[in-house]
Design a protein around this ligand. Structure first.
Ligand code: CA
Ligand code: CA
Ligand code: CA
Length: 282
C-alpha cells in the first residue's frame, strides 16, 4: 500500500469513528414523554434529580440513594432499605402530566431480589381489595399492573401481567410496560413477554372520595410504597421514562438503543434547569 493510500485510509477510519460516535447518541422518543430521569452527572443537584422532559417533573431523593455506573452514563443504586428511595411526585396533584388514558413506563434495571411485591416505578394503592393506580415492578416475576375503568369490583382491580421467567439476577435488562386503553403489554429487552386484554378504559387512580386514607398516591422510584406497605428495591435503575401514550414495539426497541433528547429540546430546557439549580432571589 502506498503512503498516500495509507493516509486516505487513516482519514476514512477517523471519519468513520467520528460518525459512529455521533450516531450512538440517537435521542429517545419525545412524543408523549412526561418524565425522563437519566440520573447522569449534571442532572443531579443535591437531593434534586432533574426531569429532562419538557414537563419538569423533578424528583427528590428521600434518605440516601447513591449514583453508580449505569447502562447509559450514571444510574442510581438502591440498597434494600425502605428509608431510601426516589420520590417522583409526593402526591397525585404534583404528578404534573399524570398519564390518564394510556401509559408507557420504561427503564433499565438490575434486580438482586425479584421480590413478591417489588417496585421499580410505582404510583399505586394496593390494600386488600382496594387496588388503584399502577405498579411497574415485580410480583415474583417482573410485572406491570394497572387499575382501569374495567374491570372494577367497586374499589379497583390490579392484574399483575408477567412472564414465566425472570432475567438473570444482577444483570442489566430493559423493561417497558405499555397500556393503550385496551391492552397491557410487558416487554423485556424489546420483546413482548406478557400481555393482557381484560383491562379497558381510563387509568383508575385513588381519589379523595374513596376515603379510608387511601385517597392519594406517591410516584416512587426504587420501592413499592403505598399507605401501609414498603418493599424496597435492591439493585440499580437507569434511564426512567414515563409517557402518556403506549409506545409501539418499534419505539420500545428504538429507546433501548437511545439516550438523551434532541438538541432542540435540550437547548430549550437548559435555561429552565439553570434557574432551578441557581434560583434567583425573590
Ligand atoms: Ca443514565
Ligand atoms: Ca398496601
Ligand atoms: Ca377491588
Amino acid at each position: 500500500m502506498s503512503r498516500l493510500h495509507l493516509s486516505v485510509l487513516v482519514v476514512l477510519l477517523f471519519l468513520g469513528f467520528s460518525l459512529c460516535s455521533v450516531l450512538a447518541a440517537d435521542p429517545i422518543i419525545e412524543d408523549g414523554l412526561v418524565a425522563y430521569w437519566s440520573f447522569n452527572k449534571g442532572t443531579m443537584n443535591g437531593a434534586v434529580i432533574k426531569d429532562q422532559s419538557e414537563v419538569g417533573q423533578h424528583a427528590r431523593i428521600i434518605g440516601t440513594v447513591k449514583a453508580a455506573k449505569g447502562k447509559f452514563g450514571d444510574a442510581v443504586k438502591f440498597d434494600g432499605n425502605q428509608a431510601n428511595y426516589i420520590q417522583g411526585a409526593k402526591n397525585l396533584k404534583s404528578f404534573k402530566k399524570k398519564p390518564t388514558k394510556a401509559i408507557s413506563v420504561e427503564a433499565w434495571v438490575t434486580d438482586e431480589g425479584f421480590l413478591e411485591w417489588g417496585g421499580y416505578i410505582v404510583c399505586a394503592q394496593d390494600n386488600g381489595s382496594f387496588e388503584k393506580g399502577w405498579v411497574f415492578g415485580t410480583n415474583n416475576q417482573v410485572s406491570f399492573a394497572i387499575s382501569t375503568k374495567e374491570p372494577d369490583d367497586g374499589n379497583g382491580v390490579l392484574t399483575y401481567v408477567k412472564p414465566a421467567d425472570n432475567p438473570k439476577r444482577g444483570n442489566w435488562f430493559h423493561i417497558a410496560g405499555t397500556y393503550d386503553g385496551s391492552t397491557i403489554k410487558l416487554y423485556i429487552d424489546g420483546k413482548v413477554v406478557a400481555e393482557n386484554k381484560n383491562h379497558k378504559g381510563d387509568i383508575n387512580y385513588p381519589k379523595a372520595k374513596d376515603g379510608n386514607g387511601e385517597d392519594d398516591a406517591e410516584l416512587v422510584i426504587g420501592q413499592y410504597r403505598d399507605k401501609n406497605e414498603f418493599f424496597p428495591h435492591t439493585g440499580l435503575i437507569d434511564e426512567v421514562k414515563i409517557y402518556n401514550r403506549a409506545l409501539s414495539e418499534a419505539e420500545v426497541n428504538h429507546n433501548m438503543k437511545s439516550e438523551g433528547l434532541s438538541v432542540d429540546i435540550r437547548n430549550k430546557l437548559s435555561t429552565q434547569w439553570a434557574e432551578i439549580k441557581n434560583p434567583r432571589p425573590r
